[in-house]
Design a protein around this ligand. Sequence first.
Ligand code: PMV
Length: 323
Amino acid sequence: MKIVSASAPGKCILFGEHAVVYGYPAIAAAISLKSTCTIEELTENKIELILKNFDEIYEFRDLEDLFERIPPQLEQIKYFFNNIHQKLNTQIEKVKITIFSNLFPSSGLGSSASIAVALVMAFNKYFNLELDKRDISKIAFEMEKIIHGTPSGIDNTICTFGKLIFFQNNKFHYLEAPHDFKILVTYTNMNHNTKLAIEQLRRLKNEEPTFCNFIFDKIRFYTELAELEINQGNLIEIGKLMNINQKLLAALNLSNDSITEIVHLANENGAYGSKLTGAGLGGCVISIGNVDCLEEISKILSKKGYKSFIANIDKEGGIIERN
Ligand code: PMV
């Protein structure tokens, strides 16, 4: 029986989230936690969809049945099936699709983009669609639009291509990650809604365009400076710039008490710098620093009720795990 499995990393945005939606630059890292999609051939004529994180199993007679009955929260997956069925003229039948993610959902770690990329990659291999990574990233981008409205494209790009990237207006180049570059990722215990955060900022930008553009220009300045510091491998300077970026995001009302507390605890205990990552208003905080120190901070945060882990930079992006 045929079986294919693909995985794609999650991500964190080191600099420039939100501003990137308006065409400003941003820097993102793919992280070592992944989402996986496995497609297995079935003898029976049905499509089975298993969402392991939620213990949910859906069974459909065929694609038509899937389009009719798939629950609204799986709109992204429905779009994907429709897309590959129509545009790529692929008949989907007799398959069991299992999706699993190690990433906290709705927390700024790109879980939806990472799942989308793993799904497209697995289908690409299983059905010999001959898509390259650019095509895969584009399809994942269309899927992201369904949940996020107006995504910048940074999530699907980093989850497809991996490593550390400088991104602007759907173009990117790789940056060399400094030696020993580890990221402490701390969960605020609050999910966030990217679409709502983007809308909230859009309203503020409509009401206060001069103020928002001023902050976006500052974010651009520090993101470009961060690229130089990354190229030099200056972790301490990168940390300082993250702290500034955090203040700028807070000025745009994207921070909250938990984020502020985590940033404060991490920095007080020796992190070089900390900031929210992704949409903000909950989700995760990232900190950088010396590895031993990050481990200590993680213990301190755990005593305060915050789960955290130390992430390495993923070097591969989306890959076929099993074929
Ligand atoms: O929180 P996330 O993982 O959905 O990241 C969103 C990042 C934003 O800059 C706020 C939106 C985007 O599309 O770039």
